[in-house]
Design a protein around this ligand. Structure first.
Ligand code: FDA
Ligand code: NAD
Length: 434
């Protein structure tokens, strides 16, 4: 089979791929110059919807409703958009071999693709319990959530196990968002995680106490400080019980596992420089290999604000890094340069009626402010992180758009703080006056 030739190839069809395609079109493309190759069967979409509105029992989100770039208030890129812009959208095609020196990609069915410039946007994959040999973890109705196919399978199980029992393994983003989604679907939900509180990567114990209390009030039982060590199945091979390390046995019709992700870099091993588990890039997302860029979850890039090399597994960075890389590619073709990526980390989540945002860095001392009573009708609280006498990070639950903007500004400006007590007293008004 002759190789297909493209000037640009975006490898991956997720969030950053969609935003990169839009940026290429904005900057000017000739028909046939760009291909997007994805193992998913659908055009790029806003992945965060999968753990939220996609699982709602009433009026769930469905494609084409949430194709990129609606998540950031932009134009919705339907499959026709790619055609109209002369972009080849090559779906249901997994690349299984990459030769960066030969500028060639090979798919599972033996097709070859050649490129002049490659944008790697392969994202992450889930860590599976079978990866560390948990007994019985291959039973039916044990789910992971990364792609739309996973969400479809979970939705089917939710329907067929109506009012059944669900166990969520993991207390991170997936754990908290899926715990809520399954509860909204009227399943009996229990959550299990090893740490003393949920989302320890970001939350302080004070922040976590609010969410754990709120979830408990919704009828979710949280079991902390232990892990799932095995599963038993019924005669149909469907999961029946979850065995915990502390000896507890939980009944389960559905298990959802969210024990972390891993960037998909295996295809490039030994061909490109890596750091901190990702593909190392500069401030323009250029890798150590000429004409190869990496964006989104897979990129380990210089975070200028903190003078550190980091990887970020969140959607805002996926979008912005994609745009930065394409601008840099186009500028370099004209012998021009663009400004370095200067990113302010931004993470968010939503579950039940709750919604939080975080900006900046969660290092140093912390100050909790506001109403964090989980039984309040309209809870609103936050936390500042203070390092070297300056506010470097800010978290807010229940903020208005203006208030969220205010905490973003605080994290960017890093104002000095004279007294932590005073900061706690001022709370949100400290941010609002910056
Ligand atoms: P992304 O995972 O979006 O895309 C990777 C694409 O590459 C996929 O289409 C995949 O199939 C394809 N691919 C991989 N290997 C391939 C190969 N060999 N051949 C062909 N195709 C290949 N973040 C946030 O800030 N707020 C939120 O609320 C959420 N919510 C959320 C929910 C769920 C369920 C998940 C899984 C993740 C989130 N996130 C999030 C994280 C966010 O979605 C994530 O950081 C971005 O999607 C990353 O974008 P990428 O383009 O890097 O990867
Ligand atoms: P995570 O890293 O947020 O959480 C993993 C959690 O797994 C840990 O907090 C821990 O509680 C738990 N854990 C680890 N080992 C365990 C074990 N053996 N048994 C039980 N629990 C164990 O990862 P995730 O929640 O799986 O999310 C996967 C990816 O999706 C991440 O990249 C995340 O950023 C992304 N995501 C983001 C959002 C968001 O930003 N709102 C939402 C969903 C997913």
């Amino acid at each position: 089979m002759a190789a297909k030739n493209f000037k640009y190839v975006i490898l991956g069809g997720g969030v950053s791929a969609g935003y990169a395609a839009r940026e290429f079109a904005k900057q000017g493309l000739k028909p046939g110059e760009l291909a997007v190759i994805s193992k998913e069967a659908v055009a790029p979409y806003e992945r965060p919807a999968l753990s939220k509105a996609y699982l709602f029992p009433e009026s769930p989100a469905r494609l084409p409703g949430f194709h990129v770039c609606v998540g950031s208030g932009g134009e919705r890129l339907l499959p026709e958009w790619y055609k109209e812009n002369g972009i080849e959208l090559i779906l249901s095609t997994e690349i299984v071999k990459v030769d960066l020196a030969g500028k060639t990609l090979v798919s599972g069915n033996g097709e070859s693709f050649k490129y002049q410039t490659l944008v790697v946007s392969t994202g992450s994959t889930v860590i599976r319990l079978t990866d560390f040999g948990v007994k019985g973890a291959e039973a039916k109705n044990i789910f992971y959530l990364r792609e739309i196919d996973d969400a479809d399978k979970l939705n089917e199980a939710i329907k067929s196990k109506k009012n059944g029992k669900a166990v969520i393994v993991g207390g991170g983003y997936i754990g908290l968002e899926l715990g809520a989604a399954l509860r909204i679907n009227n399943l009996d939900v229990k959550m299990v995680y090893p740490e003393p509180w949920c989302m320890p990567r970001l939350f302080t114990s004070g922040i976590a106490a609010f969410y754990e209390g709120y979830y408990a009030n919704k009828g979710i039982k949280i079991i902390k400080g232990t892990v799932a060590v095995g599963f038993t199945a019924n005669s149909d091979g469907e999961v029946k019980e979850v065995h915990l390390k502390d000896g507890t046995v939980l009944e389960a019709d559905i298990v959802v596992v969210g024990v972390g992700g891993r960037p998909l870099t295996t295809l490039f091993k030994g061909q490109v420089e890596e750091e901190k588990g990702g593909i190392k890039t500069d401030a323009f997302f250029k890798t150590s290999v000429p004409d190869v860029y990496a964006v989104g979850d897979v990129a380990t890039f210089p975070l200028k604000l903190y003078n550190e090399i980091r990887r970020v597994e969140h959607v805002d960075h996926a979008r912005k890094s994609a745009e930065q890389a394409v601008k840099a590619i186009k500028a370099s073709e004209e012998g021009k340069t663009i400004e370095e990526y200067d990113y302010l980390p931004f993470f968010y989540s939503r579950s039940f009626d709750l919604s939080w945002q975080f900006y900046g860095d969660n290092v140093g001392e912390t100050v909790l402010f506001g109403d964090n009573n989980p039984t309040s009708p309209k809870p609103k609280f936050g936390t500042y992180w203070i390092k070297d006498g300056k506010v470097v990070g800010a978290f807010l639950e229940g903020g208005s758009p203006e208030e969220n903007q205010a905490i973003a500004k605080v994290a960017k400006v890093q104002p000095p703080v004279a007294s932590l007590d005073q900061l706690a007293k001022e709370g949100l008004s400290f941010a609002s006056k910056i």
